[in-house]
Design a protein around this ligand. Structure first.
Ligand code: KG4
Ligand code: ZN
Length: 341
């Protein structure tokens, strides 16, 4: 088995994956959503402290399997440095004490393998990766030949949901919360401008975020004038409408840019990964779009869209089979992704 550890942001997770048939033997994740929610985003120091508590707790559950482990796969980039280091320190300690080789895994590559849990990978593959830290279109010719086709000029897709939720004091992570309020919208009179209406293959969400901020201010001031009050809250019906209009603009932007890419791509398989790929409206829109271009769309199971160690373990199997390991002394961390060009 491969023992895998993921701690790049605010999820502490460990998995065991059987090498020969890729079966997930064990997977556990302790999320920190509650602890970060009051701040409207991840606080790195809190994340690191919670990893230091949660990772050893999870490890206790797999002690009986230690004798079956052949290698340790560990996320070492990209992510929050203080979070990455917690997992890497645990991996190094286990590597020394159990005398096992280490495999350094790029978190983004891990997300790609969330499409292939317990199954063979498919290449070549086009990938849309939407998470809290990234919005990318990637092309993977094979396991170790991945090219960036498009990236964001500013915020990422998931991050823009987090920031809108924060502006509306809805908590963290913003994605599922904004999606929920959007689904309750009855009136749909508000609309936001779609970013980057040009032919460039790039994403941008900061202008949209600013338009949402101005709309929230406008709604608050209209309400306060009408009610002669000084409230900081906006009516629930308006809140739903803003979430709906924001989500619509953000997803339209994603589908427009993805269309530009898919119409010229000859690659048959199109995978959508990352925490934000759990958004149901997004999944529907992308599925319909890909069908128009005769592509086969792949999604990760909902449970494995957000950060998890199972995808890291699945990716680790490819390295293990190719005999590629990382020496203890050269295993370092990086906040940035160093392997894609
Ligand atoms: O992949 P992930 O778990 O962590 C990173 O690698 O960043 O992605 C987390 C991001 C957060 O920004 C979260 O708000 C977003 O994914 N997200 C969503 C949804 N569920 C999670 N964004 C939009 N709609 C969702 N349903
Ligand atoms: Zn992620």
């Amino acid at each position: 088995m491969i023992l895998s550890i993921e701690s790049s942001c605010d999820d502490s997770s460990i998995a065991l994956t059987r090498i020969n048939d890729k079966k997930i033997i064990f997977h556990q994740k302790i999320s920190q959503d509650k602890e970060h929610s009051i701040y409207g985003g991840v606080v790195p120091e809190i994340a690191a402290r919670l990893h230091a508590i949660s990772l050893p707790k999870i490890l206790e559950n797999i002690k009986p399997y230690f004798k079956n482990i052949k290698a340790i796969a560990i996320t070492n980039e990209p992510g929050l440095s203080v979070s990455l280091i917690e997992g890497v320190m645990m991996a190094k300690a286990l590597s020394i004490s159990l005398e096992l080789p280490l495999i350094a895994i790029n978190h983004l590559k891990g997300h790609i393998y969330s499409l292939f849990l317990e199954q063979e990978a498919i290449f070549p593959l086009s990938i849309l990766l939407l998470s809290g830290g990234h919005s990318l279109i990637l092309e993977a010719k094979k396991h170790n030949e991945i090219k960036i086709i498009a990236k964001t000029l500013d915020d990422s897709f998931g991050e823009s949901f987090d920031k809108v939720a924060k502006m509306l004091s809805l908590g963290y992570p913003g994605g599922p919360i904004v999606e929920h309020y959007a689904s309750l919208a009855k009136n749909k009179n508000i609309s936001f401008p779609i970013p980057l209406l040009n032919k460039n293959l790039a994403f941008s969400f900061s202008g949209l975020k600013n338009a949402v901020r101005l709309e929230i201010e406008k709604q608050k001031s209209t309400q306060n004038k009408a009610l002669d009050s000084n409230s900081n809250q906006i009516l629930e019906s308006k809140l739903n409408e803003i979430c709906y209009a924001f989500q619509k603009a953000a997803i339209t932007h994603i589908t427009q840019k993805t269309k530009l890419y898919l119409q010229d791509s000859t690659i048959k398989h199109f995978g959508v990964v990352g925490g934000a790929s759990a958004n149901k409206t997004l999944r529907n829109e992308l599925n319909n779009l890909a069908l128009k271009f005769d592509k086969e769309t792949l999604f990760a199971p909902l449970e494995f869209c957000s950060d998890n160690a199972a995808m890291i373990g699945r990716c680790g199997i490819e390295y293990y089979k190719a005999g590629i390991f990382t020496k203890l002394d050269s295993l370092d961390i990086s906040p940035h992704s160093r392997i894609f060009t």
